[in-house]
Design a protein around this ligand. Structure first.
Ligand code: NAP
Ligand code: HSE
Length: 436
């Protein structure tokens, strides 16, 4: 028998226990796995699963140090005590399965160095894309490719919110409460809404796809708080849908070439493959040479899908342990051996298109002044539309051609000072075909 210890019995932990306890019709190796201990914060809390007497404990240290346990499954969330317990478990020679993208995106180098020294695996399929297999494909199935870009909708909560706002005209706060009730949101939903969770995930995917370490703080990150129903409606009229995209693009193999790493709400042409990824679903487009483009999609959060990835990782380790000798060498395609850090291009150097909405006074020449400011900074406009007056305020919506972000920002700084401009209500990027 292979004894596993779970840290956490919340949404994902409960989903994982349900699979481990209901083996009929699933992989026969599940019969070799025993849930030895499960660590939680509150022993008095009602649980949806039954565990043998003595399995549930508040003593998480006793799990990571238990000599009989060979795999520790970290499903606590947050940075601490998750990081320390993972490191402690590795020091005790345990293999790790985790769904914790926040810890891996920040402490991946420390954790993988410790794991490589100890000769144990740290598998994290559930950390990105929920139930979608994306980590193992990047490590193994796509390994022959030179990756050019990874573009994804990787946060289920915000995709659920934006979909409900687009399709049902729902209010942001109501939809967020729904996502929390359904178990999609992080313990601190700010991690979802402010794009931090998506930034953790693209840092992990970029590291795998481009073969280098990524500093989490190098990922440019904007969330969805600034996306209003008005912008979603204008985007629709212009033929776009609004999605929170996580993007990593660059050229693998040339370490002097730097990567672009960013998370931001984006206007996507409605015919783009990611535009139809709705609700809690995630979609990840990987472009590589010679593969071309491949898209992974499916449920990106929630108990069942995430637990599917967690238990599959446990099975992978059990499969290796049951077929190999006493001290097998780590499989380089499953472990992580990157040493150098990827160079990252500053966001000002990004070449992209923009959508901007301005609130204007009823003064002559406002559109002309706007056009002049943009022109002075070499920002070429694809369209400019005045929407009409309401309470002495007109709305002007602008879509640019591909421009350097730094030039666009410099133009906005001048526009903000114009007498005819009351406010810059919103600025969103528009995905252009040259970008990915
Ligand atoms: P959750 O529902 O909040 O569950 C967290 C569990 O950890 C609870 O059982 C809690 O104990 C326990 N716990 C937390 N801090 C603890 C501490 N200091 N000491 C002891 N026990 C502690 O979280 P979740 O949604 O399952 O998420 C778990 C992990 O999976 C996170 O890293 C998350 O980012 C990741 N993830 C989640 C999803 C999803 O859809 N939910 C998808 C992919 C990845 P109590 O039960 O006693 O409170
Ligand atoms: N809160 C995350 C999301 C969970 O909504 O995508 C899945 O990682």
């Amino acid at each position: 028998m292979f004894k596993v210890g779970l840290l956490g019995l919340g949404t994902v932990g409960t989903g994982a226990v349900k699979i481990l306890q209901d083996r009929l019709g699933r992989n026969p190796l599940l019969a070799e796995i025993e849930i030895a201990k499960v660590g939680v914060r509150d022993l008095a809390k009602a649980r949806q699963v039954e565990l043998a007497a003595g399995v549930l404990t508040q003593d998480l240290d006793s799990i990571v140090a238990d000599p009989e346990i060979c795999i520790v499954v970290e499903l606590l969330g947050g940075l601490e005590p998750a990081r320390s317990l993972i490191l402690e478990a590795i020091a005790h020679g345990k293999h790790i399965v985790t769904a914790n993208k926040a810890v891996i995106a920040r402490y991946g180098p420390e954790i993988y160095e410790a794991a490589n020294q100890a000769g144990v695996y740290v598998l994290l399929e559930a950390a990105v894309g929920g139930g979608i297999p994306i980590i193992k494909p990047l490590k193994q199935s796509l390994g022959a490719n030179r990756i050019a870009s990874i573009v994804g909708i990787v946060n289920g909560t915000t995709n659920y919110i934006l979909t409900q706002m687009t399709q049902a005209g729902a209010e942001f706060a109501d939809v967020l409460a729904d996502a929390q009730r359904l178990g999609y949101a992080e313990a601190d939903p700010g991690a979802d809404i402010d794009g931090l969770d998506a930034a953790d995930k693209i840092a992990i995917l970029a590291s795998l796809g481009f073969g280098g370490r990524v500093k989490r703080e190098d990922v440019y990150c904007e969330g969805v708080r600034g996306v209003s129903a008005v912008d979603i409606a204008y985007a629709e009229r212009l033929g776009f849908t609004v999605k929170l995209l996580a993007i990593a693009s660059g050229q693998q193999g040339d370490l002097s070439e730097s990567l672009q790493l960013r998370v931001h709400p984006t206007l996507l042409p409605k015919e783009h493959p990611l535009a139809s990824i709705n609700g809690v679903n995630n979609g990840i487009l990987v472009s590589g040479d010679p593969l071309g483009e491949v898209m992974f999609s499916g449920p990106g959060a929630g108990a069942g899908p995430t637990a599917s990835a967690v238990v599959s990782d446990i099975l992978n380790i059990v499969g290796i342990l049951s077929s190999s000798d006493e001290n097998p060498a780590l499989d380089p395609l499953l472990s992580c051996v990157h040493q150098h850090y990827c160079q990252i291009t500053p966001i000002e150097e990004l070449q992209t298109r923009f959508y901007a909405r301005f609130l204007c006074r009823d003064l002559p020449g406002v559109i002309g002044h706007l056009g002049t400011c943009f022109g002075d900074h070499r920002v070429s406009l694809e369209s400019i539309v005045q929407i009409g007056f309401q309470n002495e305020t007109a709305e002007i919506v602008v879509v640019t051609h591909q421009v350097r972000e730094g030039n666009f920002r410099a133009a906005l700084a001048e526009i903000q000072k114009l007498e005819g401009i009351k406010a810059i209500a919103s600025v969103l990027r528009v995905l252009s075909s040259q970008e990915v």
